[in-house]
Design a protein around this ligand. Structure first.
Ligand code: SAM
Length: 315
């Protein structure tokens, strides 16, 4: 069995946690075929962020294709790949990266299971187009026989008290008591400055986003791999749920942050936003900043809205 607390620097099937400092292709070349259950990542978007050099789109896609093809090699037959992306922006014109990456996956005969919309409320305010408030997760499997479990990730039913009103089960509750399928539109806060998980990395994804994928697409003891690991979010989501976590990152400062966060996870001190916490609603919370200083009537209006909402059943 593996040493529970060790963070290894090279891949070995016997290690629980591997953080490789270097190019993901180098790490991938050391991983045997069919050894990973879930590959989940958010690659650079070719925007010229501090951790990437902006390339011609074709060159960027060629590089992605090399990494994706190696990922398919190391993926188990019943495994999944989740590629989380946003837009590439060229001179004010957007190109959704999922649309240009999709052919790479389909040429490798992967099967798309969902294109999950991850909606969040904070980000840049655009003045010449609508502000971007979603990104996507492309979920692919290698075969039709793949691991997928809904029960660990069900969300509360809208009408848990609903009953069958006719037929042989009339009068019985009609909903699954464990909750419902979360659907393919996920509303999860992104990691901005006031998020509990924020580090100095400009593009972290939230742990709860990856926990949902880990819990539904892997079993305990399985390996989860993130080729573009950044601050180690995928590794944290994996080891929290008794999976193995493997990642690569070229920048030393992000490796250092990942190590620290993983160490805190092992010690049980890392603060994360829980998966079952509803999105903060400043009006419901009575936050005084939600009252417009420019409108005399806004306070009265929001109080009226509240009163009306508490009387009407949820729609
Ligand atoms: C979008 S960020 C991922 C952030 C990560 N999801 C998190 O939660 O922190 C992409 C990361 O990939 C790293 N990266 C870029 N090219 C790489 C390569 N060839 N191999 C490994 N890491 C790379 C960048 O330094 C950056 O930290």
């Amino acid at each position: 069995m593996f040493d529970e607390l060790r963070i290894a620097e090279q891949f070995s099937a016997h290690e629980r946690i591997v953080l490789f400092h270097g190019d993901c292709l180098e790490l991938l070349h050391s991983i045997p075929d069919q050894s990973i259950q879930l590959i989940v990542t958010s690659p650079p978007y070719n925007l010229g962020k501090e951790y990437e050099r902006k390339l011609k789109l074709e060159t960027y896609l060629e590089q992605q294709a090399k990494v994706i093809s190696e990922c398919v090699r190391v993926l188990r037959d019943n495994g999944s790949i989740c590629w989380q992306v946003g837009n590439y922006v060229d001179n004010g014109s957007i190109i959704p990266l999922d649309s240009v990456l999709y052919p790479i996956f389909s040429d490798l005969r992967l099967k798309m299971r969902n294109r999950i919309i991850w909606h969040f409320e904070h980000g840049l305010h655009c003045s010449r187009r609508f502000s971007g408030r979603y990104e996507t997760i492309m979920w692919f499997t290698k075969s039709n026989d793949f691991v997928f479990k809904l029960d660990p990730i069900r969300v509360p039913q809208k009408y848990p008290g609903k009953r069958y009103f006719k037929g042989p089960r009339a009068g019985e509750y009609s909903c699954n008591p464990l909750g419902k399928n979360p659907g393919d539109l996920w509303v999860i806060p992104n990691v901005k400055n006031n998020h509990v998980e924020k580090t100095e990395h400009p593009c972290q994804f939230p742990v709860e986003l990856i926990e949902r994928l880990v819990l539904s697409m892997t079993n305990e003891g399985d390996s989860v791999f993130d080729p573009f690991m950044g601050t180690g979010t995928s590794i944290i989501a994996a080891i929290r749920h008794e999976r193995k976590g493997i990642g690569s990152e070229v920048f030393e400062k992000y490796i250092a942050i990942a190590k620290e966060r993983i160490q805190q996870t092992l010690e049980g001190t890392l603060k994360t936003r829980p998966m079952d916490r509803p999105v903060y609603d400043p009006i419901r919370a009575g936050n005084s900043l939600s009252v417009s200083p420019w409108s005399q009537t806004s306070k009265a209006q929001s109080q009226d809205l509240f009163a009306a909402e508490s009387k009407t059943p949820a729609n």
